[in-house]
Design a binder for this molecule. Sequence first.
Ligand SMILES: O=C(O)CCC(=O)C(=O)O
Ligand SMILES: [Fe+2]
Length: 370
Amino acid sequence: MSSLYSTVPSGDAAVKAASTLPIIDIAPWIDGHDHKGRLSAAAAIHAACLEFGFFYLDVTSFVSPEEPEELSRLAREFFALPQEEKDKISLNNQDHARGYQRLRENVTMGLADNHEAIDFYRPVENPDKGKVLWGENQWPNIPEFLDKYEAWIDRMKALGLIVMHAMAMGLGMTDAEWEDLKAQVDDSFWVLRILGYPPLPNDDQGFSCGAHKDYGCLTFLWADRTRGALQVFLPQQFLAVENPGSVIRQEGIEEGIWITVDPIPGCIVCNIGEMWEVWSNGLYKSTLHRVIHRGSNYRVSIPFFFEPNFDAEVAPLEAARRIQRDLHLVTESHHTHKQVLEKIYEPVVYGDFLREKVNNNFVTGGGKYN
Ligand SMILES: O=C(O)CCC(=O)C(=O)O
Ligand SMILES: [Fe+2]
């Protein structure tokens, strides 16, 4: 059910091929009767969240392979249009969040990201483009674009609830606790992003997408076959035993290494965002990742961000606290665990957190990933 996968080394000296991200098959959660299968998928997700904050989800039982291929074809058709055509759905026409963003318009930590993108958010009642995040989505005028993407959004929303349920089981939540958590995500304020990456020139020291953590709940990333582009940061603590010689010191962040996470047919890459850090009271960490695409092709990726409801009050879950207390009993003398136990994450209302983030980025001229 869970297997190991080694990624291929990229040319970048700071990247080592040490990836062992698990592949977790969601099938038992699609067919209703395999309780044991569900439990072991839930346990595998729990282990992956403790260790990496990233894993592959095998979705062959849930998504037909042609579906995302078709989305990618539609995305390429849009990105191949003349600039003036693309600018007709610019996010500046709307609430500065929904719409098309030009190549290098997004800035992460002071550097322009070498990608273009279209963003869609959950539609709102009474849209008002003068209000942060409260405008209307702008769809390209390409036959079938809207229908195919809406079908994908519905599918990813359903997957979001499935993975959340599996995570609740992985944390040992009771049915009642799961119902409470479900009520925070059953009207997800989702985001769909369609990203287009021309190759980053060799002499460009920037990034296709700078290092960031996702800020929400769950990210489901479908990407085309391009290899060596997406990189995930693994802190040293998880690598020390396996491969002590390969740890690269990183200035400004923890020690660790960047691994490449290549696409696997039939799988999407799943990672957890900062809201899961709060729910799990830091038991799960959302992980830094970035994109460096230096190949010769135009890369397309389509992340779907399954987020909490806009008004969800996200606070540490009792189930995570139970696990932390158990850990504490096992390792009572261990200083780090004492600190973990004492630190309680501040609750946040997801919509307030998101609004602040978007506002700040707008004021500072920063980007989505700052
Ligand atoms: O394009 C990718 O592979 C990753 C994009 C990403 O991390 C994001 O949009 O948050
Ligand atoms: Fe991301």
